[in-house]
Design a protein. Structure first.
Lengths: 403, 399
């Protein structure tokens, strides 16, 4: 095993792993992605372009997270262009490209990324205060069911959002009690939260709606139609008619950034996550901050869930509706390095891959799968390759014992 | 999460060792009882009788077989029991997958993914290598699937050992990658999709020669296959590896305290990879036994429904990561799994509700088991009670 480490640390491999070179390699792969699809090689399957493109995009993002922003983003841009051109070339005869890549894809990307943004920001608050939150999935699921239940029984989507968020908050409170006061292993506790939410939502969904669908005509979260933009040619389908929760998610990211990095409260939160003993010494109530953050985390994750059922889903619920979105949100948070804008960027990237996957389903099932699996592969690469660059808060996951 | 290699002194395994001393059999029993109690309250609150519900689940799992034992599979109780034991077999192995990593101080959430990889490999070997004679075919499929599971978990172990990537994150990601691999393999136009009928996203059936012999019941009606004995055997193997081999000693040493283990000359990194791979081997074996034992094929729609890998977490935690404990709690959850779904006659509570009750009980068990203080509190209060009792007797004796 030591030999592997030595192999990992020798000068040649260090040079290869240099981020700048990675970015250049990324650009090269992006070019290659387009190249394989045009005449000399002219592969008729779009899988190759996409495969190369995925490698290229991940290399570019790697470079960005290493601090080589300009060349890294350049690589990402060239790669996406490369994939686009590659697909364009393979599909130009049939003209399907129009159907996959159009401005409505932007709207769909945001529709897919919004639950992830809520989840990722939720997870970020919890983990910044030092409590790992594997239970995001469960909290989101609670929001999805109780949100649509609230909208149905309360008669208004506002009630739905409030009820949904509260349900996630209550589950988070239970989790917080076990994680903070009882000093339970946080991973185990979070896993328990996911099982619990699955059971509770499934049980009451069948009990209340007798296993059928939520009745038609539930009050749903409305779209925001921006008068001038909605009828414009490109911007109209892209951002002219987005759901209210999508706009709220944008605001949330900015607010989260300011709260976390520009206010005394944010400083306290981060102190609890980095060095709780020191925070305690200067008079910060570590337990209170952690309770607050975990409950906030539950509220926000559940808000993402409400959007899923009562916004994106149009007032429906199905068993296990979140289908792992909580885990993608977790991945987005890690990929974004526990930072609001990083998490947002990762969530949008993952949302984009889900949106593309959905649209490619008709043309190529295997290409669609590639886009679906992309978030997980990228995150795996990030935690593996990033080597010390994805830095979680120092006291993340460690229960604090008051003295 | 950042340190290359484990340095946490307050590792899970060391805490677990403490808990193992504290409470013995009492605490797991209390935990399970409490979970069933709360589950019963939910049942009561939604207008069903919890006693009748649990009684029905008990019968649905075929546990009433002990009151009227019979081997005739046409009767309900023996049939239900065989189904429960099929689930138990799987859960023993997925439970061991979680337990083995725990003993090395790691949390293997990836049992589900490793189980899937085992399923896929077993299906591929079972279908593609037609015309082999049964014994080598079964051996080949089982060994290949076990190695597949080991390799899948080994990725997480390797990443932890080399770059210090946290195994929880990597195994979660590997789970989802395994799920999407399945969607691709069995989906429309996938490599393992049914060769005869290209319209359904279901795999081929494994060849007759790869099917495990059934010893109780009928093969086409999900009879109990010899995989059950392999599962029981795995419990012995688990115990033997941990307690009777150098490897097991090293694994446990690393689990208790990696720094001390390293100081004693144990190669911590190598043991992390080995422990994770052995973990995955158990889960992969579970996949192989399911595929060759009674599933024979697998479809895209089966993938999101399967949760035996996650149930393994509850099994391992409730069983205190010991061979006997895992065996017993696998039986409990196996009974719950079948008794609340297919086995349940819907007189008192519908299977759809009861199935979700299983998730709730599972969640509650995991929640309670994970709480150190709760367990220590119970243990300490027991200790507090004991001297009081002796003091009253000694006080009473002279008088």
């Amino acid at each position: 095993m030591t030999t592997w480490v030595q192999r990992f640390d020798n000068p040649l491999s260090a040079r290869i792993r240099d981020a700048r070179n990675m970015a250049y390699a990324g650009i090269a792969f992006g070019v290659l992605a387009a190249f394989v699809a045009i005449p000399p090689i002219e592969t008729r399957s779009i899988v190759w372009s996409i495969l190369l493109g995925i490698v290229a995009v991940s290399l570019g993002i790697w470079a960005v997270t290493r601090g080589h922003r300009r060349v890294g983003w350049g690589a990402v841009a060239s790669d996406i262009l490369g994939i686009g051109l590659g697909i364009l070339a393979t599909k130009s005869g049939t003209g399907n490209l129009e159907a996959v890549f159009n401005s409505a894809l932007i709207a769909q990307t945001f529709a897919f990324s919004t639950p992830l943004v809520f989840g990722a920001i939720a997870g970020m608050f919890s983990e910044r205060s030092g409590v790992v939150n594997i239970g995001l999935e469960g909290m989101m699921l609670m929001g999805a069911f109780w949100g649509v239940w609230g909208a149905d029984k309360g008669g208004s989507w506002v009630v739905g959002i409030v009820v949904g968020m509260l349900s996630g908050g209550i589950l988070a409170l239970i989790y917080a009690y076990f994680a903070i006061h009882l000093r339970a292993d946080q991973i185990v506790g979070g896993t328990a939260v996911n099982f619990l939410a699955l059971g509770i939502t499934g049980y009451f969904f069948f009990q209340i709606y007798n296993g059928n669908y939520v009745p038609q005509g539930v009050s749903t979260i409305p779209n925001v139609r921006i008068p001038g933009i909605a009828d414009m040619k490109f911007l109209g389908p892209a951002i002219g008619d987005l759901n209210l929760m999508i706009w709220i998610s944008f605001i949330l990211v900015i607010v989260a950034y300011f709260v976390l990095f520009k206010t005394p409260i944010g400083l306290r939160i981060r102190a609890c996550g980095e060095h709780p003993r020191a925070a305690d010494t200067v008079g910060i109530n570590v337990y209170l901050v952690r309770y607050g953050c975990v409950v906030l985390s539950g509220l926000l994750a559940a808000a993402g869930g409400v959007y899923l059922s009562d916004g994106f889903g149009g007032g429906t619920f199905t068993d296990n509706m979140t289908e792992g979105r909580g885990f993608i949100a977790l991945a987005a948070m890690i990929f974004g390095n526990w930072r609001p804008f990083g998490a947002f960027g990762a969530a949008v990237l993952f949302g984009f891959s889900s949106a593309v996957a959905l649209r490619l389903q008709v043309y190529s099932a295997s290409a669609s799968t590639l886009f679906n699996v992309l978030p997980y592969v990228l995150t795996l690469i990030a935690v593996a390759g990033v080597i010390g660059r994805t830095v979680p808060p120092a006291a993340d996951g460690k229960p604090y014992r008051k003295q | 999460m950042t340190e290359p290699g484990p340095t946490a002194t307050d590792s899970f395994a060391s805490k677990l060792a403490l808990k193992q001393r504290a409470g013995g059999l009492v605490v797991p029993l209390l935990t399970a009882l409490l979970a069933f109690l709360i589950g019963g309250l939910v049942v009561l609150a939604t207008g069903h009788n919890p006693f009748y519900a649990y009684h029905d689940i008990f019968d649905g799992a075929g546990l009433n077989w002990i009151f009227h034992p019979s081997t005739n599979i046409a009767h309900t109780a023996p049939y239900n029991l065989t189904q429960t034991l099929l689930q138990t077999t799987t859960l023993i192995l997925t439970g061991l997958a979680v337990a083995f990593a725990f003993r090395c101080g790691m949390f293997n959430i990836g049992g589900q993914g490793q189980y899937f990889i085992g399923l896929y490999v077993a299906n591929w070997v079972g279908y593609s290598f037609q015309g082999m004679s049964p014994v080598p075919h079964i051996l080949l499929a089982v060994v290949a699937a076990t190695l597949g599971g080991a390799a899948w978990a080994g990725i997480a172990g390797l990443l932890k050992a080399t770059v210090g990537a946290h195994e929880v994150i990597t195994t979660i990601m590997l789970n989802w990658i395994a799920i999407w691999i399945g969607e691709w393999l069995f989906g429309d136009g996938g490599p393992l999709q049914n060769a005869a009928n290209k319209t359904v996203p279901i795999s081929n059936d494994v060849a007759q020669s790869a099917k495990l012999p059934v010893f109780w019941g009928i093969q086409n009606l999900q009879g109990l296959d010899i995989g059950f004995f392999i599962g029981i055997g795995a419990l012995f193997v688990f115990w033997a590896i941990l307690n009777r081999t150098t490897l097991g000693f090293e694994v446990r040493a690393v689990g208790f305290n990696p720094e001390a283990a390293a100081y004693a000359g144990i190669n911590v990194r190598r043991n992390l990879v080995r422990a994770m791979a052995i973990s995955g081997a158990f889960a992969g074996l579970a996949g192989a036994l399911d595929m060759l034992g009674y599933l024979y094929h697998f479809g895209v729609s089966d993938i999101p429904v399967s949760n035996v890998g996650f149930l393994g977490i509850a099994v391992a935690l409730l069983g205190r990561n010991t061979a006997v404990g895992v065996g017993l709690s696998a039986l409990l959850f196996g009974a719950l799994l079948f008794g609340t779904t297919h086995g349940l006659s819907s007189n008192v509570i519908q299977p759809e509700l009861a199935g979700n009750l299983t998730y709730m009980i599972q969640g509650l068990v995991v929640l309670f088991v994970g709480a150190d203080l709760l367990i220590l509190y119970v243990w300490n209060s027991r200790k507090k009670l004991r001297p009081k009792r002796t003091s009253t007797t000694t006080a009473g004796a002279p008088a």
